[in-house]
Design a protein around this ligand. Sequence first.
Ligand code: AMP
Length: 190
Amino acid sequence: MLNIVLFGPPGAGKGTQSTNLIEKYQLVHLSTGDILRSEVTNKTTLGLEAKKLMDQGLLVPDDVVIRMIEARVDANRNAKGFIFDGFPRTTNQAEALDELLKRKHTSITMMIALEVEDEELIKRLLNRGKDSGRPDDQNREVISKRIVEYNSKTAPLKNYYADQGKFHGVKGVGNIEEIFDRLTSVIEKY
Ligand code: AMP
């Protein structure tokens, strides 16, 4: 299986590049942000609880997202592999993911981080907020909070994967095709 953690701060381009990668490599895309937003749209109990945190730019609890991922990995037993987008975001989540994949006799192949400067991220997110309708993309304070959450809780995961020899950094600036080429050249070295 080819199991990729596509990593990077909010606005780095993970969603866009995931769409291209799943097509090329026939992988299943698991985005915890997308799953949570669909819970919010459907006004489920989980969605209503999660929305309060998402609207403030805060992470939702680990056990909630871990359960969501577990259910979807289980539901895709015959997948050639997965792209994990926006997950894991904490060390707890990364450990839970390793254990979950181990139970399925597989593991994370690599983590690829899209690297983009904070100023560019803020510009991209405010732009995306104009069409996406995402409330968390429309407010500078919420965007800053998401970047702070990323730097304090998520960025340390680089070391988690680097210690396993699985970390790859890719420049996330340029046009979509250029960035996609950088990603595929990392993947194809495996
Ligand atoms: P994203 O679409 O990945 O930017 O996620 C949007 C929001 O959903 C985040 O700001 C968090 O509130 C929540 N979220 C998404 N993925 C996770 C995760 N793995 N752990 C905790 N919260 C998450």
